[in-house]
Design a protein around this ligand. Structure first.
Ligand SMILES: Nc1ncnc2c1ncn2[C@@H]1O[C@H](COP(=O)(O)OP(=O)(O)OP(=O)(O)O)[C@@H](O)[C@H]1O
Ligand SMILES: O=P(O)(O)OC[C@H]1O[C@H](OP(=O)(O)OP(=O)(O)O)[C@H](O)[C@@H]1O
Ligand SMILES: [Mg+2]
Length: 285
């Protein structure tokens, strides 16, 4: 049987969440430790464990059909490759930073300066758009140390909590791009594998929608029902069921997790009681 080939980071920050996503999609992978290639036992898919930096070229060559990759790597090394899903994990930004004690006016301050980075193409493009000429030093890791050892005046690297910058006495001065894990596709994917990809995307979207929402159950006095239904629109409209006490009803609905606490406050002021909140495994709409 034909199988779609997916590239996943071999080890590092994307590995766990990528494999968890496949698992949540109901895809079991027969994973011998240290194997670089593994097959799913219940979905037409083969997993290739690769270094992130190599994946764009494998996609271009059609060695793999799809990949889970940080958007930052794609922009740096495979700008032309198509993104089919944004996956919502490994969120970070690519930023310029300088020593804390150096005054900063604006981006023109980087003119003629030395910048250490592992993202030369992205930085070059950014600087060219601003009309700035700088001297790039390409290093593959521990970029934040460069200003402290006199190798550069500033750096351009990934930031999420900001603690690596802080520990190295640096401050973030410009955000070049925001990134998250994405599902990307090879231009050489066959028609047959496109259909497998569509099936996979359907599963991924159901999982991601589930992750973004919570199932809410609550009790409310009947004279407050209308008000509460307005607060809780639900997927179509909320489910309302009578309780043994004829003056009360139980209401079930779905709430976006980012709006959740605001909604709960509104529900409480509208008279809701016994509010239960449950995770949603999958959501098909
Ligand atoms: N601090 C961070 N917070 C959130 N996401 C991050 C962070 N650092 C990196 N990432 C994301 O995870 C991806 C993988 O980073 P990681 O450091 O594991 O691998 P890498 O060194 O870029 O690649 P390789 O697999 O070639 O060694 C990055 O491309 C980025 O999208
Ligand atoms: O803002 P923070 O939360 O501190 O995260 C930023 C750091 O995380 C990444 O490095 P990583 O830990 O992946 O190490 P690496 O250099 O070995 O890739 C990135 O290159 C930064 O150094
Ligand atoms: Mg890293």
């Amino acid at each position: 049987m034909n199988k779609i080939k997916i590239a996943v980071q071999k080890s590092g920050r994307l590995n766990d969440d990528s494999l968890r996503l496949l698992k949540d999609c109901g895809i079991s992978i027969d994973n011998g430790k240290d194997q670089l290639k593994a097959s799913s036992t219940n979905f037409p898919l083969e997993v290739f464990y690769l270094r992130n930096g190599d994946i764009p070229q494998y996609l271009r060559d059609g060695v793999v059909d799809i990949a889970i990759l940080g958007e930052n790597t794609l922009i740096e090394k495979g700008d032309e490759l198509e993104i089919v899903e944004r996956l919502g994990f490994s969120k970070c930004r690519l930023s310029l930073a300088i020593p804390k004690n150096v005054k900063y006016g604006n981006v023109q301050d980087f003119e003629e300066k030395r910048i250490a980075t592992s993202y030369p193409n992205t930085v070059k493009k950014f600087l060219a758009e601003k009309g700035i000429k700088a001297d790039l030093h390409i290093i593959n890791g521990s970029v934040e140390i460069a200003p402290n050892i006199g190798l550069a005046d500033g750096i351009c690297d990934l930031v999420s909590s900001g603690s690596t910058l802080f520990k190295n006495n640096l401050k973030e001065v410009e955000v070049i791009l925001k990134s998250e894990a994405v599902l990307t596709v090879s231009p050489k994917i066959s028609g047959e594998n496109r259909s497998i990809l569509e099936k996979l995307q359907f599963r991924i979207e159901s999982v991601l929608k589930g992750r973004r929402n919570r199932y809410v159950l609550l009790n409310a006095p009947n004279d407050q029902l209308e008000k509460i239904i307005e607060i809780l629109p639900g997927m179509k409209s909320p489910t309302v069921m009578p309780l043994a006490d004829k003056n009360w009803s139980s209401i079930h609905s779905v709430v976006n997790k980012d709006e959740f606490w605001d909604v709960i406050d509104e529900l409480k002021s509208a008279g809701a009681e016994g509010i239960l909140v449950c995770p949603i495994e999958k959501m098909v709409v």
